[in-house]
Design a binder for this molecule. Sequence first.
Ligand code: DQA
Length: 170
Amino acid sequence: MARKAVTKAKATKTGPATKAAKPTIVKPIYVLNGPNLNLLGLREPEIYGSTSLSDIEKLVANHAKKQGVNVLCLQSNHEGDLVTWIQEARTMAAGLIINAAAYSHTSIAIHDALAMLDIPAVEVHISNVHKREEFRHYSYVSSVVSGVILGLGVKGYTLALDAILADLSK
Ligand code: DQA
């Protein structure tokens, strides 16, 4: 019987083989925010805190920049805008963070658009929706994203970015 050829990876004299260079992420990470999130800071601060949406966007952009990545932050009160941006993300984005706000609990259109994505996508909610009214307990988004972060305040956005970057560097 012929012996199988076995190829062994060579370790260098200085130690194990060097780590492969991190792939550069050229496309931006889309950060989409849905209805009423434009009023963060003013809106029910006892639930959502006092940070404005533009402060959140700066926070995420700075966090991304430190890791050599760009973000594109978009907000709309209109369901169709969110659907269009999710569709656009299919070819234009490396990953996607979405807080679809109230549309999370109602929108099959957003669910369907997200189902077509094959980039890492993370759903964020600032509040813990499971501690709130029952109509907030179901999300049409959760079943079509890579993961969900909720109830951790605005930190959820940077945690989502870290999760996406970890996923992309796998
Ligand atoms: C929210 C939770 C939703 O139930 C609500 O409609 C929002 C914000 C959050 O970030 O906690 O608008 O998505």
